[in-house]
Each structure stands twice: as structure tokens, then as C-alpha cells.
Design a protein around this ligand. Structure first.
Ligand code: WT7
Length: 635
């Protein structure tokens, strides 16, 4: 038996040891017993982190949609697969059964084929959280097209960069989207983006807000009429284990976003196995992850992981604050949610609202609470534990990344004793290492270092689309023979991990991973701006907010500064999206630089944190005099 479902702590340790001592045997057993293969593998794992190259289940053939849909039909055909909860609570929820999902995915897959999409083609999906989003993703997987979902909060420029980077032939979008009381003109954003994208031949448009939009003839097609006439049969394409399943972009510390490439078999096995255990999902449970499918959390733990387990997974279109801040709890009561998975930033925003909104609803069905995206602070942890979980639902603080594909460090609920702010123990098969400044592994407990992973796991990204060298440089060059996460962590006296935050130029704002360089590039496009530097500073809801130091070409008058601040945020919104707007913008004459011309962000960070007691030695700077000036004018 492969211990597919871990039930107590002794079993965790036993299975963990097995997964580390004989990883190939362990994952082979899991893969054998719990998935549908058209052909089994010749080799479980081959790897070489120096190239880097990792292959799991080589030689195997499968289709992930047969695992997520077809194989459930005999026993779960009438069970709800996707439960869609719309933006407006007055509108009806939609229960899509496994049978219906099968039909709809097949129809969509046939539409893709009719429109000339073939195995290996890239399809960009730019949709709000409506059923078509999950169905489009699965339809791509059905025919072996590589989906590249772009979060529908990204701007036209960000969208076009991502479309061009992976040469997408098609964009799937909608006429618009709802966001609380607002509507967003998604199709307008797509039109703007596509001015820059010669690769896109077809745009499929779902109707959501029924707005009057421009349809470019020959390029744009309404989705529904095509679906209506499409057959509900579509044979699943035979995919090799290592064929790409999807590309998902994440920010890096330099300009261009990184298109992380995830492949088929390993991703499926790991997301399914981790979903089952990290949430202790049982057959009739209703599971809800509040993330957007535009992020990895949604890919792995709204779509693939839950569906591979035959689960009922909720897709929520709306926002936590509409029509009021009780919306999440209303949904938990209405759909009798058993597992609830959200981000610390949402918890902090809800904790500010007063308890009446939580106490008004029956949350007694909740069994497991999850947290993801950034470190959860102690106060938020307790609020979540006391008021939502009523101290009886364990909190799983799950640490992982777009690059890791699945959850890496997490408690297993009812198995691992939790500890506030600790992601606790490595998940089965995961071998973390903490490294010191000199690149040596820190052994033993009570140590603090940079978090690496020293052995491959099935769902790790295999490359960056079109740039394997960057993949190697970013993740496999800092420490020999190890995957470097970019995070710092400490290990306590019992071996529990606590993630302390990014150690690179990535800032997590409201759980969104933002690189400083692309934001600075955007700001520098403003004609009045000479140079800029972005750092993070603590924010009570967002976790971190952005502080920008901006040098103007002409110093100008202070009274125009407020307008400039607006314009700078406007440019950021256009280039990246509203999530990257700056909370504070300080205009300055200079930025502290080293003699080699590198901006000393450490100093800027301290000033933004209002922690200037120990700035360290500034005398070696090229321009030490600017430091005092920046401090005097800090916001
Ligand atoms: C970065 C990855 C994985 C899905 C969402 C984010 C931070 C993520 C935690 C956690 C502390 C966390 C890390 C990581 N992070 N989860 N439970 N505790 N930090 O994916 O956008 O790729 O961001 O998010 O800094 O490196 P992502």
C-alpha cells in the first residue's frame, strides 16, 4: 500500500522516511495505485540539477483530463465537480456534475480543434472566475494544447508581454467581468494587448456581462454558438509524461516575467496526493479555495488536485467585501464548506471588520482551514483559529511557489500539531535544506538560513519557457546541486520550519509576488522620471506595501508632486496592473549607491520601515550625503 492517505503522526514520519530513502519506489507506488495510465513508465526518475534536467515517469502515456474527469464517471457521474458561486449572491450557484463537466470539456476541446489548435500550441486564457475558465484549461489539456492562464487583473501591457513570450495562437476571454459592484472591460484590454501581438490568430469570447463590445471580424468569435454545435465526444490526446501541461508566469527580480513550465505526469501525481493529505479531503466534502485560477494556487488546488481526487471544488467569482465583508462566511454556510483555503491578506482584511459578520453565519461544517501566499502573522493566525475555526479546525499554513507546482511545507491536519506562524514539516517526498551565507548546509535544529530543496519532487517546474539558461541561473546556481527558493527560513528545536520571507528583490503584496524591476521599469517610462527604486514596507492588511523612491529629471515644485504620484501609479497600472501600485512615493535628489553603481536597497528598506537606528556603514557609498536627505524627507 502506498499510504495515499496519512492519518496519524507516526504514519507521517514513517511514510516521510520511506519517501526520502527510496523516492522512486515511493512515487511509483502512488502513481501505480491511484491514477489512470495509457502506458506505464519505463523509468520513475532521472535527474541532474547541474543541467538542470528532471524527468519523472518517463515513457508513460496519459491524459490528465481522463484522470480528473473520465475515470470518475462510473462512480461519481452525478456528483458536483465544480460548484460555481457567482459574484452576486442573488444569482443562483451552478452545480456542474462530473458528467456535465465531461461533456462541456469535450465540447470546448472540439471547438479548440475546429479553430486549428493542435497538441503543443499555446493558448492564452484571460478570463474571470467563471466556469469557462476551468473548462478552457481542461479543454486545452484534453487535446494537449499548452494553456497559459493570465490573471484577469493584469493590464494590457502585461498581457501582451505574456502572449508574445510564449507565442500564443489563441486568446480565450470574455466580454467583461464582475468585480463586486464594478464591471471590467476585459475584451477592451485584450484588444489593446493584441495590437502588439502578431502571433494571435483567434480570440474566443465568452459572454458574461452582456456588454456591447467590438468584435474584430475574422479574429474574434463568440464562444457559445461554437460550443452549442460541438460534439460532446472528444478523445483525449495521448500525452507523454514530460509533455508540457501549462505555462504560468511569475515575476522575477529582473524585467521579463518567467514562464514556468509544468509537465504532465509528475504534476498530476503530486498535486493529487498533496491535495488529499494537506486538506484531509473525504469523499463527500465540499472544498473551497478562494484563490483565482490565474495563480498557481488555483491551477493546483482548485482545478487539478481536487478533480483528480473526484472532489467537489468551489469556484467563486466575487470578492470578500461584496456585498459586505460577510460574503465568505455566507458562502461557507450556504454550501456547507468543509475545507477553506485562503490567504493571510484576506484574513487580515476580514479580521478588521468586527465579529458580527462572522458570528452571523453557521461555520460548523468547517474541518480544515488553509493559508497560503505569504507568512501568516501571529495575530491573523489566532483570529482565524479562534473565530473561524472555533479552535477545532487545524490551520494548514502551506508554503510553496509557482515553481514548485504543489505544497512543499505544511502541517497535515489532525496529524501534525500546528504552531502559529510555522508551516511546520516538509510534505512527503520533500527534502529541504537551510544554507548559510557561505553556501554550506546548516545541519541540526535551531538554525536560520536560506531555503533550498535538495532532491527533485514530481511537480517541480522543468524550465522557463524559451529560456533554460535563466531557469538554471535563477534556481540552480546559488547553491550547488540544490534548488534555491528565494526565501529565508528557520528551523526550530523540533524541526518545524518558519518561512521568514523573500531574500531577493521580490516583494509579496497581498499574497501577490511582485518583482521590483518591472515596476521600476514602468515608473521610469514616465517622462519626468530619471530613476527609481522600490522597496517593501510592512502593511497591516497587505502584509507588505510598496514604497517608491523617485528621482525626477527636474526637481519641480512640490505642488505638482501629487499629480505626479497619480501619474506614476497610472503608468504602473497600465504596465502591470493595479496590484502593483505604490502606497508611498518619495521624491528624492539621489539614491544611495555603491561604488559599482548598485542601489543599496538595504538602506532604502530600513528607511521605509522607519528603522534607521542602525543603517550600517554608509561611508563606503558613492554618495553618502543622500542618505540623510532621504531620511529627513521620509514618508
Ligand atoms: C512565494 C511564492 C504558492 C502559491 C501562492 C504564491 C511566499 C507562499 C507561503 C507561506 C510564507 C509563503 C514565499 C514564496 N509564500 N506561501 N505559507 N508562508 N510565505 O505563489 O506567487 O509563486 O509566490 O510566496 O515567499 O516564495 P508565488
Amino acid at each position: 500500500m502506498s499510504n495515499y492517505h496519512i492519518k496519524h503522526l507516526e504514519e507521517y514520519y514513517q511514510v516521510y522516511r520511506k519517501s526520502v530513502r527510496a523516492p522512486e519506489n515511493f512515487w511509483e507506488e502512488v502513481a501505480e495505485e491511484h491514477f489512470l495510465w495509457q502506458k506505464k513508465w519505463d523509468n520513475v526518475l532521472s535527474w541532474d540539477f547541474s543541467k538542470p534536467e528532471v524527468k519523472w515517469f518517463e515513457g508513460a502515456q496519459l491524459n490528465i483530463t481522463e484522470n480528473c474527469i473520465d475515470r470518475h464517471l462510473a462512480t461519481r457521474g452525478d456528483k458536483t465537480a465544480i460548484l460555481f458561486e457567482p459574484n452576486d449572491p442573488k444569482d443562483d450557484a451552478e452545480h456542474i456534475t462530473y458528467n456535465q463537466l465531461h461533456q462541456r470539456v469535450n465540447q470546448f476541446a472540439n471547438v479548440l480543434k475546429d479553430q486549428g489548435i493542435k497538441k503543443g500550441d499555446r493558448v492564452c486564457v484571460y478570463l474571470p472566475m467563471i466556469p469557462e475558465l476551468a473548462i478552457a484549461v481542461l479543454a486545452c489539456a484534453r487535446i494537449g494544447a499548452i494553456h497559459s492562464v493570465v490573471f484577469a487583473g493584469f493590464s494590457a501591457t502585461a498581457l501582451s508581454t505574456r502572449i508574445n513570450d510564449s507565442d500564443c495562437k489563441m486568446v480565450i476571454t470574455s466580454d467583461g467581468s464582475y468585480r463586486g459592484a464594478k464591471t471590467i472591460d476585459l475584451k477592451g484590454i485584450v484588444d489593446e494587448a493584441l495590437k502588439e501581438c502578431a502571433c494571435v490568430e483567434t480570440v474566443l469570447v465568452a459572454k458574461r456581462i452582456h456588454s456591447d463590445i467590438d468584435m474584430k471580424s475574422g479574429r474574434d468569435k463568440w464562444l457559445q454558438p461554437l460550443l452549442d454545435t460541438a460534439s460532446t465526444d472528444c478523445k483525449a490526446e495521448l500525452m507523454n509524461a514530460e509533455d508540457p501541461l501549462f505555462i504560468l508566469y511569475t515575476s522575477g527580480s529582473t524585467g521579463q516575467p518567467k514562464g514556468m513550465v509544468h509537465t504532465t505526469a509528475g504534476y498530476m501525481v503530486y498535486t493529487a496526493y498533496s491535495f488529499k493529505n494537506a486538506f484531509q479531503y473525504k469523499e463527500d466534502d465540499v472544498y473551497w479555495c478562494t484563490a483565482d485560477i490565474g495563480w498557481i494556487t488555483g491551477h493546483s488546488y482548485i482545478v487539478y488536485g481536487p478533480l483528480a481526487n473526484g472532489a467537489t471544488t468551489i469556484m467563486f467569482e466575487g470578492v470578500p467585501s461584496y456585498p459586505d465583508f460577510g460574503r465568505f462566511w455566507e458562502i461557507v454556510e450556504k454550501h456547507k464548506v468543509n475545507q477553506f483555503y485562503t490567504a493571510p491578506t484576506a484574513i487580515r482584511a476580514l479580521a478588521k471588520q468586527g465579529l458580527e459578520l462572522v458570528e452571523k453565519y453557521d461555520l460548523s461544517t468547517l474541518k480544515v482551514l488553509g493559508s497560503v501566499g505569504e507568512p501568516i502573522n501571529e495575530e491573523a493566525w489566532h483570529w482565524y483559529n479562534d473565530n473561524v475555526g472555533k479552535k477545532k479546525s487545524p490551520i494548514v499554513d502551506t508554503w510553496w511557489q509557482t515553481e514548485t507546482g504543489g505544497i512543499m511545507i505544511t502541517p497535515i491536519p489532525f496529524v501534525t500539531p500546528t504552531k502559529p506562524t510555522y508551516a511546520t514539516l516538509p510534505f512527503i517526498g520533500i527534502q529541504p535544506a537551510l544554507m548559510d551565507e557561505n553556501g554550506k548546509e546548516l545541519k541540526g535544529n535551531q538554525v536560520d538560513g536560506r531555503l533550498c530543496i535538495k532532491f527533485p519532487w514530481p511537480s517541480m517546474a522543468r524550465t522557463i519557457w524559451g529560456n533554460h539558461q535563466r531557469y538554471k541561473d535563477t534556481y540552480f546556481s546559488a547553491y550547488e546541486n540544490k534548488y534555491f527558493t528565494g526565501d529565508g527560513a528557520l528551523r526550530d528545536e523540533v524541526g518545524y520550519y518558519r518561512i521568514t520571507g523573500r531574500v531577493d528583490d521580490v516583494i509579496i503584496v497581498s499574497g501577490h509576488n511582485l518583482g521590483t524591476a518591472p515596476i521600476e521599469d514602468a515608473i521610469n517610462e514616465h517622462p519626468a522620471v530619471a530613476e527609481s527604486a522600490i522597496v517593501g514596507f510592512p502593511h497591516d492588511v497587505k502584509g507588505n506595501a510598496l514604497y517608491g523612491y523617485v528621482i525626477l529629471k527636474d526637481v519641480g515644485e512640490t505642488r505638482v508632486h501629487d499629480n505626479l504620484r497619480k501619474e506614476i501609479n497610472q503608468i504602473i497600472t497600465e504596465h502591470i496592473g493595479p496590484i502593483a501600485k505604490l502606497d508611498k512615493i518619495q521624491f528624492t535628489q539621489g539614491l544611495p549607491k555603491t561604488r559599482s553603481g548598485k542601489i543599496m536597497r538595504r538602506i532604502l528598506r530600513k528607511i521605509a520601515h522607519k528603522d534607521t537606528s542602525n543603517l550600517g556603514d554608509t561611508s563606503t557609498l558613492l554618495n553618502p550625503e543622500v542618505v540623510q536627505d532621504i531620511m529627513d524627507n521620509a514618508l
